[in-house]
Design a protein around this ligand. Structure first.
Ligand SMILES: *[C@@H]1O[C@H](CO)[C@@H](O)[C@H](O)[C@H]1NC(C)=O
Ligand SMILES: *[C@@H]1O[C@H](CO)[C@@H](O)[C@H](O)[C@H]1NC(C)=O
Ligand SMILES: *[C@@H]1O[C@H](CO)[C@@H](O)[C@H](O)[C@H]1NC(C)=O
Length: 453
């Protein structure tokens, strides 16, 4: 891949992992390379300003250049940017030579190879470098120096060429360090972690480069494993939003792991006390009795009811009609609060509820934020009832449970998910106005980027 002097940034790292299929693709468009090339230019300019040319005393063949070159550099004053990659102006004031000025315009063509370490960290290396010194004007104050002009030029050319290429390598070393620094796990929420690593060497295609990433979630340092092994995920060639610098695709397996991580950490469990404010009129045997008369028969005197919602099954993630659907099946356990009893709570019933949630996605502060709302009907099955024999149909409770979900459970899930999930991160790169879209079988985020120090 030929890139003009460009430290190409991308990333990532991390330790060997058990997941073998990738679940995220980061597609970097040509536009991004152009942009990075532009911003890295400044970095290179700075780094070029530190170029020092060794004392040519050791160089016997180029003796006539000695002294002059040394002083040029010592008093070198880098003034700025040509329209090509590097513009360098050096001024020399000297009693013998008079005022001397050297102007150099150069371009560096470098082959930069992107590869991955055994740890899954990206590394950039220069495999070939060709400095092209396009223009070099040397103006001496005194005429007699013209006689040695050509030799000096050759010397400066050679030295500068070497140093320009070294600067590119130095800049890349810096970038590689940044990749490495970012190998730490992203921590978020309660005991949740997320690490991205490269699955294989990034692949360049016409106009873009695809980087296959493995996103690994952990809960209290335990890796979240999905029950079924997922396929490798690829972003279709035509999937890019060409106006964006970066396009990312997130597979079904990515979201399964994401929700599974929140479920494993207990984030989808909720205890609702009978005093819960927004369900003030619902948490009693009489409110339940309105749906299931057997409850009223068992408790003729209305008593308060506590509730516990527990989700332990893996949520099922699907993409349907350009929506991300999350199917959950929590157990809802209800307890009658019997204040006189030594056992304060008496089990009333446990019902399994199957609910479909539509997940809306948003990007905020480099994080993927999810929120959910209920879709369609709830499906209820009694797991156990403790209020006596009941031939009652659990669907009688549908409206009641829907109210509990809308007033308490879903806001809680929203709250749990609101911490957001870290997106793949590129050192010093910030997403600008990212757009999220749900496609047929993946979620896409397209974004422009901005360089930050
Ligand atoms: C996914 O691709 C990687 C590397 O290309 C390969 O090692 C792995 O076996 C693939 N996984 C599956 C599930 O096909
Ligand atoms: C230039 O070199 C000095 C001394 O080695 C260092 O402190 C400084 O950060 C360098 N500047 C750039 C822009 O590389
Ligand atoms: C969940 O959050 C989203 C976005 O904030 C909101 O639109 C939705 O109504 C919330 N759902 C519930 C049940 O609170």
């Amino acid at each position: 891949m030929k890139l003009i002097c460009l430290a190409m940034l991308l990333f990532l790292w991390v330790s060997p992992i058990s997941v073998t299929s990738n679940n995220v693709v980061l597609r970097v468009e040509q536009k991004a390379f152009d942009f990075v090339s532009q911003t890295q230019r400044e970095l290179l300019q700075e780094s070029f300003s530190n170029i020092s040319i060794p004392d040519p005393k050791t160089n016997k063949e180029k003796e006539c250049g000695r002294g002059v070159v040394g002083r040029i550099i010592n008093k070198g004053n880098i003034l700025g940017v040509g329209h090509t990659l590097v513009g360098k102006v050096m001024n020399l004031n000297d009693a013998i030579f008079g005022e001397t000025e050297i102007k150099v315009r150069a371009t560096v063509l470098a082959d930069i190879e992107v590869s991955k370490t055994s740890k899954g960290v990206a590394t950039l290396a220069v495999t070939d470098c060709k400095p092209i010194i396009q223009e070099m004007d040397i103006t001496f104050g005194l005429r007699f120096l013209h006689t040695i002009l050509w030799t000096i030029q050759g010397h400066i050319r050679e030295m500068l060429g070497d140093r320009l290429c070294q600067s590119v390598s130095t800049v890349l070393e810096g970038v590689n360090e940044e990749f490495d620094d970012s190998t730490e796990k992203n921590l978020f929420g309660d005991d949740l972690g997320l690490q991205y690593s490269l699955q294989n060497r990034p692949m360049a295609f016409g106009g873009y480069m695809d980087i296959d990433l493995i996103a690994k979630y952990t809960v209290k340092d335990q890796v979240v494993e999905l029950p079924n092994k997922a396929q490798n995920f690829t972003l279709p060639p035509g999937a890019s939003n060409k106006d964006a610098m970066i396009n990312m695709g997130f597979s079904k397996a990515y979201f399964s792991s994401l929700f599974m991580a929140f479920v494993s950490s207990g984030g989808f469990n909720l205890e609702i006390p009978s005093t819960y404010e927004s369900l003030a009129n619902q948490m009693s045997t009489s409110a339940l009795g309105a749906h299931i008369p057997e409850v009223s028969s068992r408790y003729p005197q209305p008593l308060r009811v506590d509730m516990k919602i527990v989700l332990s099954q893996t949520p099922v993630v699907t993409f349907q009609s350009k929506q991300l659907i999350l199917q959950i099946s929590p157990h809802v356990e209800m307890f009658v609060v019997v204040s006189n009893s030594p056992y304060r709570n008496q089990h009333l019933l446990t019902v399994n509820v199957v609910a479909s949630l539509v997940a809306a996605l948003d990007v905020e502060e480099e994080k993927l934020k999810t929120s959910v709302s209920l879709q369609g009907d709830l499906n209820l099955v009694f797991v156990s009832v403790s209020f006596g024999k009941c031939k009652c149909n659990p669907s009688l409770l549908s409206e009641y449970i829907r109210t509990v979900f809308e007033k308490a459970y879903l806001p809680h899930i929203n709250d749990t998910l609101s911490v957001g999930v870290p997106l793949p991160k590129v050192p010093n790169i910030q997403f600008i106005e990212p757009v999220v879209k749900i496609e047929k079988n993946y979620a896409a985020i397209s974004s422009n980027v901005q360089y930050t120090e």
